[in-house]
Design a protein around this ligand. Sequence first.
Ligand code: GDP
Ligand code: IMO
Ligand code: MG
Length: 420
Amino acid sequence: MATAVLGLQWGDEGKGKITHLLARDADMVVRFNGGANAGHTVIDRGVKFGTHLIPAGAFYPNTTSVLSSGMVIDLRVLREEWDVVSQHLGWQPQLLIAENAHVTMPYHRELEEREGSGRHFGTTRRGIAPTYRDKAAKLGIRVGDLLYPEIASQRLELRLSLLKREWPDSQAIQSLDASALLEEQMSVAQPLLPFIGDTAAAIRQALETDRPVMFEGAQGTLLDVDHGSYPFVTSSSTTFAGLGNSIGIPNPRVDRRLGVFKAYMTRVGAGPFPTRVSGTLEQRLRTIGGEFGVTTGRPRDCGWLDLVALRYAVQLNGCTGLAITKLDVLSGFDEIKVCRSYRLNGESIEQFPLSAELLERCEPEYETVSGWQEQISEVREQRGLPGRVMEFIELIERDVNVPVEIISVGPEPEATMMRA
Ligand code: GDP
Ligand code: IMO
Ligand code: MG
């Protein structure tokens, strides 16, 4: 049975941990969107990794890790990860990289800086938007082009000539040289070249033969380019709706769509965040939760669980089950708040507004529940959890109408409970 692991908030929900845990039983793990903007924390046999591109399946010897066509791939980052993970494992993970995935070139990062869009939108500065923009503008370089250097060279020459016309006064851009750039990319990618191929065909075959396949989402639903809080979003489709297109399979049979969410909310970068808290409360969540970006190290903004947003994300992804993470971070609060609805223009609304400007004007309407004092990070069985934790979980289940299947109380794989 195929499973998709999808983030239901603004990213960093714990997708890496959950995928790594479930990937033990998978033949194939597929990353289907985004690029090196992702930062997924994986603790593998006691060693902590922040992965950006390599799917969590890479940590298992019999699992193929696929980087599918919806991704944008910074080959320098991928190579570095590949080297680090290979060294940790003592063997090389089996990868498959989509020939039609796009390459994030050094000039994409440069453009994000130069144009100021990185600063304005609080992006991860990994050149994500410029890469997806080039893809849509038919000016991108694809991973498979590297197998035909003369094709890559032609495409690069065209792209650079246009760039130079756009930026006549930029020394950095004027000095770009197609053959030097290509040589650099080829040298970095050298050991990865044998992995480049037709990922759609491989995924299709795995699904058709009922092999256990997992899809690892990056970013979160509220960062989806179409369905998130636009324009404070990433540049790819982060939801289940986009998965089929990203992997090149119409209506893929993925029976288990597992939505991952934190017991509270975080957001990093710019954009509206109705349930954000401030002062010592935010400091407390950030410190106990270790809420600092894996990719950029930026402190994450923190707030209470937003059920308006969660309901929206669950519906959008057609979630069949949920994984709640970081419940341990809420230990010791006398009271915990959850947002059931927003107040907008004097009215109470239960629908998540699609415009960032409207979302910015929403005031959360909270319900307050009793917290729990017990530390729960050592609990390993559901019956060991305080009654108030279970009441909190049940409140969420009733609200979003989807069962919580996985309860996570710590970053380690062991700190996880599977509910029957
Ligand atoms: P991802 O991008 O969705 O994979 O999430 P990140 O790795 O960016 O952020 C999640 C952070 O929370 C990481 O530091 C994880 O190690 C940590 N984490 C995951 N689950 C839990 C949990 O249940 N409790 C605690 N305390 N930390 C967790
Ligand atoms: P994971 O997979 C959290 C945010 C950035 C910024 C916006 C656009 O670890 O959950 P981009 O660089 O994509 O153009 O930035 O999206 N963002 C993330 N926030 N986790 C992520 O990935 C993110 N990837 C992008 O902070 O607000
Ligand atoms: Mg992350």
